[in-house]
Design a protein around this ligand. Structure first.
Ligand code: GLN
Ligand code: ZN
Length: 767
């Protein structure tokens, strides 16, 4: 069997090496440049990205993966599927009209955004109500032509597939999931895809990449039907156009049904769905008439691949397929662009990093090796780099490893059961019924940001900065006392991003200099890199918290971020199990919790906002993930006395299916972000008997609107219908970092008054 092996890309980061993209967008939004100037720069960025990929030697180059904001929004705009409040069009949207959807305008709120599968990218949620789909612009053809004319590249347009587009969207407020709605929407949308494919074929395009990542979420053959219907129609309309059906982020379950679909290449993820995809190929083989597009390089993480291992995997896959493409596991959009600016990384760490550009080089080198070209040097370098990282002191902390080895011999449980703890805590804290508190952060004013910037630039001393933080804390303690809140917080003024803050204080983390990844639109994040064994080297929050407690007679709640959230928002080393890294962090935080207790902090909150969003895509993997989360939370929190009260906080509403996990955390008090879907949460509590204390957020902090006393009181009363008044806390639904001082004080004042009103109703009722 002659074997053709090529290298292929799935998509390239949009933001530019020096975040040129962000600067361009902001200039345009501020009105500093006009549409033409915008288009010129955007085009040169697009072409630069393509030139780089060609220069690296990539064979199959993705095109039209660029976006002015988000690729789901692009698809909606091309098909006249934007939310109806932004109008209906019969010509391509102008930039201004497009950005109105993304960012809102004076008449309309922006289209909703949500997480792209289980990663930290946000897409525009389609709203399919009253849509009149119509092809306004074949953007895939346009960008294919641009690459062809300007650079003579016969690129592979990347198109978000129709079924995934439909399933990512909402119809009358709910995500589209039943096959009837899917088919009805497909009736409307499919003809547009057909037209796009016909035009691509007519122009001489050879390959399209049809992204259908929702294929990894379906479980059985019957659910393949709508994908099949769409693909058959596209195939019939454009029989000369080759389709690469691309899946990513996990393995596919209905393997046989999917691999039988009439496409010419199938893209599978051999990083995140490695074992199951391999098992399927072993069991069922791979069709001889198709290319196996093998995602072997991790498109989610920033580590150099072990090229020897990858080559072995490729050789294995070669045996089961007649033709192979070697590619990343998913679009490189989700990793930073190049490691060359990481000048502060130690040589061991630097050698072990691979950002997008280095990943493309790995793909090209693996392809060369497979085609018997000489890449001995690259392989030798790779072996050395991995050896050095493996042997580095950072990855060989014996004390940490010994502590991890001892975990199985230990029990991480509170000394007494909740009911007993509760009595002791109440005796010590003496809180009223329906106690009031907040979630932790107070407004990070421009003053706070300016002082931090000045301190980072060395313009003010450590001492001056700390004094400023303390004065801000003092000021907000006074505000909280004046309002009358029962449990106070120090306000988190020392933290910008909480995960970044904890990363800076723990050993084993590296803060990148230029490791930006697009989170949405112009917004980038720079996730910390967890590269070594994590250990506790100094107290993290003790000083700030103890200072706050010294200023007031009311209890001040300590404020930490839980291990799983730290992991989910970081790039995590992949040489040991994630759970081990999580437990290393947990052991460190356990020391912090104990130190807070030692400093006379009686209440400690350990936030786990990312628990739900990090859930694996397949339900059968949930339990293990949740068990690991509970375990690391308990390592963190169980070293305290019975009368120390542990709180936790989570930012989501949809938690009916994980309520057992929430209870298993054994936190004395949990606060949940609920104000936007109060009804559902309440009904969840009608079904389960939750025995610990709970704060259902009684107003939405994401809006600048000040909630009225009546409205908050009503939310409290609704909560009290399902939760006992001995268990109920009154708090906003999340941190107040992004609100203004005025809004915060007004809202909390109303919250306090609403609590007092409901409290007096209770007293009257019990008389
Ligand atoms: N304690 C954090 C805060 O108030 C919680 C953040 C979060 O839930 N995302 O900002
Ligand atoms: Zn929150």
């Amino acid at each position: 069997m002659t074997h053709q092996v090529k290298s292929s890309g799935l998509g390239y980061p949009r933001i530019g090496e020096q975040r040129e993209w962000k600067k361009l967008l902001e200039q345009y939004w501020h009105g500093n440049i006009d549409d033409n100037a915008f288009e010129d720069t955007a085009k040169s960025l697009r072409l630069d990205n393509l030139k780089k990929q060609v220069a690296f030697g990539l064979d199959v180059i993705p095109v039209a993966d660029n976006s002015n904001y988000d690729h789901v929004l692009d698809t909606l705009a091309a098909f006249n599927l934007i939310p109806t409040r932004f109008g209906s069009y019969n010509r391509p949207l102008t930039l201004n009209e497009y950005y109105a959807v993304a960012r809102g305008n004076k008449n309309n709120v922006a289209a909703d955004m949500t997480k792209w599968f289980n990663i930290n990218y946000h897409y525009t949620v389609p709203e399919f109500d009253h849509t009149q789909p119509r092809l306004l612009e074949n953007r895939w053809l346009k960008y294919w032509q641009e690459a062809k004319n300007e650079l003579n590249i016969n690129g592979k347009p990347v198109i978000l597939g129709p079924i995934t587009l439909i399933k990512l969207g909402k119809l009358n407020g709910d995500y589209v999931s039943n096959s009837e709605s899917i088919n009805q929407l497909l009736d409307q949308i499919l003809p547009l895809y057909v037209q796009v494919f016909e035009e691509l074929q007519a122009a001489g395009v050879e390959w399209v990449q049809l992204d259908e990542p929702t294929l990894v979420k379906i479980e059985d053959d019957s659910e393949v039907a709508p994908y099949q219907r769409a693909i058959e129609a596209l195939r019939a309309a454009a029989p000369q156009l080759n389709i690469e059906l691309q899946t990513y982020f996990d393995a596919i379950d209905p393997y046989e049904a999917i691999t039988k679909l009439p496409v010419q290449a199938i893209g599978l993820d051999f990083v995140h769905g490695h074992d199951e995809n391999i098992e399927n190929i072993r069991q069922f083989g791979f069709p001889e008439d198709k290319i196996l597009a093998a995602g072997v390089i991790d498109g989610h993480n920033i580590w150099a691949a072990n090229l020897d291992e990858k080559l072995a995997l490729i050789n294995d896959l070669k045996k089961s397929s007649s033709a192979l493409w070697i590619q990343p596991s998913n679009s490189l959009l989700h990793v930073p662009i190049t490691k060359k600016y990481e000048t502060q990384a130690s040589p061991e760490l630097f050698g072990g990093l691979a950002f997008a550009d280095e990943k493309i080089q790995e793909i090209v080198n693996l392809t060369k090796a497979t085609n018997d070209q000489d890449v001995t040097e690259a392989f030798e370098e790779n072996r050395q780099a991995l050896r050095q990282l493996k042997e580095s002191a950072a990855r060989n902390n014996e004390a940490v490893q010994a502590a991890i080895a001892q975990l199985p011999d230990q029990k991480f449980e509170r000394q007494a059961v909740y009911a007993k703890r509760q009595l002791k805590q109440q005796k010590r804290l003496n809180l009223p019924k329906l106690p009031t508190t907040t979630i932790g952060s107070f407004p990070q004013s421009s003053e706070v940001r300016a002082q931090r910037a000045a301190w980072k630039k060395g313009k003010i001393t450590d001492e001056q900065y700390q004094q400023f933080i303390q004065s801000e804390t003092k000021r907000w303690l006074k505000i909280q006392e004046k309002i009358g809140l029962d449990v106070l917080v120090h306000g988190e003024f020392e933290r910008t991003d909480m995960v970044e803050y904890f990363g800076q204080k723990l050993a084993g983390f590296y803060a990148t200099q230029n490791g930006w990844v697009q989170s949405y639109g112009s917004r980038g994040v720079r996730p910390p890199v967890i590269f070594g064994d994590v250990s506790y080297t100094e107290p993290i929050t003790v000083k700030e918290t103890a200072f706050a407690q010294s200023q007031t007679d009311k209890p001040v709640k300590g404020m930490l971020t839980a291990p799983l959230t730290i992991i989910n928002w970081s790039f995590v080393r992949d040489d040991i199990p994630r759970a081990t890294v999580q437990n290393q962090i947990a052991l460190s935080l356990r020391q912090e919790v104990n130190n807070l207790e030692e400093a006379d902090i009686k209440i400690i909150q350990v936030d786990e906002p990312a628990l739900r969003e990090g859930l694996p895509l397949k339900k059968r993997h949930w339990q293990n993930y949740l068990d690991e989360a509970v375990y690391s939370f308990k390592i963190t929190t169980t070293g305290v006395r019975d009368d120390t009260q542990i709180h936790t906080h989570m930012c989501y509403s949809d938690f009916e299916d994980i309520i057992d996990t929430i209870s298993n955390l054994d936190a004395d008090v949990i606060s949940i972000e609920t104000s936007r879907s109060h009804g559902e949460i309440i009904s969840a509590f009608e079904k389960v008997a939750y025995d610990k204390q709970i704060g259902l957020g009684v107003y939405d902090i994401h809006s600048p609107r000040i909630p009225s006393v009546d409205e908050i009181a009503e939310n409290i009363r609704r909560g009290l219908k399902v939760i006992n008044d001995q268990q109920f806390w009154v708090n906003p639904d999340c941190g107040l970092k992004t609100r203004t001082e005025e809004q915060t004080i007004a809202a909390l004042t109303n919250l306090e008054e609403a609590r007092n009103r409901v409290l007096s109703e209770l007293t009257v009722a019990s008389r």
